[in-house]
Write a protein that binds this ligand. Sequence first.
Ligand SMILES: Cc1cc2nc3c(=O)[nH]c(=O)nc-3n(C[C@H](O)[C@H](O)[C@H](O)COP(=O)(O)OP(=O)(O)OC[C@H]3O[C@@H](n4cnc5c(N)ncnc54)[C@H](O)[C@@H]3O)c2cc1C
Length: 390
Amino acid sequence: MTDDHAPSALQSKIRSLAALDEGARQPESIAPESIAEEDAEARRLLALLASEGLLAHLVPKAHGGKTERVLNVTVCAIREALGYRYGPADVAFVMQGLGSAAIAASGSRDQKDAWLPRVARGESIAAIALTEPAAGSDLTAIATRARRDGDAYILDGEKTLISNAGLATFYTLFARTSDDPRRGVTAFIVEGGDPGFRVKERFRGLAAHPIGTLALERCRIPLSRRLGEEGEGIAIAVKVLDFFRPTVGAAAVGMARRALDETVRHVKSRRQFGAPLSELGGVKGMIADMATEIEAASLLVERAADAIDAGRGRTALESAMAKYMATETAQRVIDNAVQLRGGMGVIRGNVVERLYREIRALRIYEGASEVQKNIIAREILRAGGKLPTP
Ligand SMILES: Cc1cc2nc3c(=O)[nH]c(=O)nc-3n(C[C@H](O)[C@H](O)[C@H](O)COP(=O)(O)OP(=O)(O)OC[C@H]3O[C@@H](n4cnc5c(N)ncnc54)[C@H](O)[C@@H]3O)c2cc1C
């Protein structure tokens, strides 16, 4: 890896990108006024990330990327820095990876050539569509149907809570091709303009995040848009999620670090009882907990990223531990930051209030914390209690 691709160099570059803060300072990003504003901001951020070459870290070199293969440690470094600066930038960044990873891993040469270079340049916007109204944590309940019809597939169903709904050029979409719960799901590439595809509804989230429901009504796509073989969908999805879970943890660590920095500045300058808040024993204890927990979470994220990049086979345990610990930690740290900001901590227009809304979804998407705990327990029980300590 050349120096300007090193994780620390990328983080310094992101720290110096003044254009990132433009959106973070505008009132609509603190409480987005409309879906149109949210979309415009997402597009602005994507163009910025593309022009800085950051999106190219989400695609392998052979298809327009920076490094031979996508490195978890690099994606983590970028997400941590973006999470620190501005949550919507982190979402715009990672969706390009989440939406295209299945193509990089399981796509044909033609599929990779058609999609990945455009993703790396920000010319195509990517999305991943797994969740349905009745299939959230349990992916084996996916009910969207894909029926073979000559040289095409016809898709019928609904996907909900899909990031980039309406913005995306294409969706890596998972649909059922047979009744077998695990081996009956297949991955497809569905384009925003396909006949029978529409965005049914857009939602407003706690924090700025383009998201909504997709409807597929006799949506016809060519056979060449199937990813991998029929029945490989769940295995493909699990691989993508295992890779990206530590990176969710990294974004959470970035948000928590920002909350700590904001808190340190505040408690040193805010005076009550004749002295700065930082001199109060209770406040010192909170600062100590925040800092120590962030460091512990950060180490778990690093370990998971290293294990993945080293190709250490099964990394479900490390990935789940990293996501679980980092997102739960960040929620606690940010809650303490709001607490130490006092009443102004819950007033719109300050950074800790924005972080408080931005962190919440990370404990739910890509597997809620309870689902991560199930994975951790399953892996530990399978290994007879053996921990992955190096
Ligand atoms: C901001 C945001 C962006 C998202 N983006 C996408 C996207 O781009 N693509 C996509 O496909 N999906 C996306 N999702 C959906 C997300 O992945 C689901 O919300 C998540 O998997 C949980 O599914 P659910 O909402 O149906 O909750 P449910 O599955 O109904 O679960 C509800 C709660 O029950 C508990 N629970 C569930 N299962 C278990 C269990 N086995 N053991 C113990 N407790 C359990 C957990 O507390 C869980 O939060 C997004 C969600 C959000 C909030």
